[in-house]
Design a protein around this ligand. Structure first.
Ligand SMILES: Nc1ncnc2c1ncn2[C@@H]1O[C@H](COP(=O)(O)OP(=O)(O)OP(=O)(O)O)[C@@H](O)[C@H]1O
Ligand SMILES: [Mg+2]
Length: 317
């Protein structure tokens, strides 16, 4: 299958530190991630808050430069592609539909803007395509002249989806597209994304902290922990037989969802580690109930597992 976008050993560090003159420390938000997104698939990226999902998403979108490694779009290093070229092929849907839409623009204009930027058709044609796209995502044409402030959260997210799809990009990167919405609306938006993905054949990268959310939509899942991919597999294999203790914990917490659940309580004891001083060895070992000799000293590398890869010393025993 064709690989549309891939990361090769990609990392992103941020210099952080209090005050102007305080010594800066490096925070490794994403650490040596290699992932390939294949045509037509829905790749879910899951993990707790702070594990680096959005940082990875921004690098896939060309909004953030990697500090090491590379992002390849259609086999070409994204650094040698123009910003508009990346935007034509890779489009985002962000978490917060309140801040991601310009409040002073009418929604038909918001959806038509990418067409304008890429100089597609005359203004009448652009407007027709924008209204068509709005209807496609379940918004009546009469809302075309409305402003974002007149819409509900779910309707705004539909506008964001219409804007992402209007240029028929190869890939749409959805970063927690439902987690800012009311629970009752979340499944509508998920279903819409699934329908559009099937109808248009768009490839999706779907980011979420909740495995339960991705269970119905993902064809493949990558699990991140403290900036690294710790397990990656076909959805059936991952949900049927999770190998990494962290994936198992995520799955267990996802099986007992509460309405309005934010970040799941994994029942793992110690909280998510400080990314400024990551644990030695396997970063997950302080929370792992199956840790043994090598775990606090040797960092496990990704190894093949049925239908994917896993980075855990248990996989080798
Ligand atoms: N611009 C930045 N400057 C400094 N640190 C940053 C910056 N952006 C992200 N980070 C840090 O990098 C780590 C990963 O952040 P990121 O937003 O990618 O996580 P996430 O998995 O998307 O979390 P969430 O589920 O809360 O959205 C966090 O520790 C975060 O504080
Ligand atoms: Mg995020």
């Amino acid at each position: 299958m064709t690989i549309l976008i891939e990361t090769r050993d990609v990392s992103r560090a941020f210099a952080v530190g209090r005050g102007l003159f305080a010594k800066k420390r490096m925070l490794h938000a994403v650490n040596g991630v290699s992932l390939a997104v294949r045509e037509g698939e829905v790749l879910a990226i899951v993990g707790e808050s702070g594990c680096g999902k959005s940082t990875l998403a921004k690098m896939l979108l060309g909004l953030l430069a990697p500090s090491a490694g590379a992002v390849l779009i259609g086999g070409t290093d994204a650094r040698s592609l123009a910003r508009v070229e990346i935007a034509r092929r890779v489009q985002p849907v962000f978490q917060d539909p309140y801040s991601s839409l310009n409040p002073r623009r009418r929604i038909a204009d918001i959806v038509a803007l990418p067409l304008e930027v890429h100089r597609v058709g005359a203004s009448g044609e652009r407007r027709r395509r924008a209204v068509e796209m709005l209807e496609r995502v379940g918004l009546p044409a009469r809302l075309a002249p409305a402003y974002p402030g007149q819409l509900s959260g779910g309707q705004r997210q539909r506008v964001a989806i219409a804007r992402a799809l209007v240029m028929q990009p190869e890939i749409v990167i959805c970063d927690e597209p439902t987690s800012a919405l009311d629970v009752s609306v979340q499944s509508q938006i998920l279903n819409l994304l699934m329908d559009l993905q099937r109808e248009l054949g768009t490839t999706l990268v779907f980011i979420s902290h909740n495995l339960a959310v991705v269970e119905h939509i993902a064809t493949r899942v990558a699990v991140m922990y403290l900036g690294r991919v710790v397990e990656e597999a076909e959805a059936g294999a991952l949900f049927g037989a999770p190998q990494h203790p962290y994936t198992q914990a995520l799955l267990a917490s996802a099986l007992t969802p509460e309405p309005g659940l934010g970040v799941p309580d994994l029942g793992l004891g110690p909280a998510f580690p400080d990314p400024l001083s990551p644990p030695a060895g396997c970063a997950f070992h302080p929370r792992c109930n199956r840790r043994f000799a090598p775990c606090d000293a040797v960092e496990p590398v990704l190894q093949p597992r049925a239908g994917g890869r896993v980075a855990c010393h248990l996989a080798g025993v």
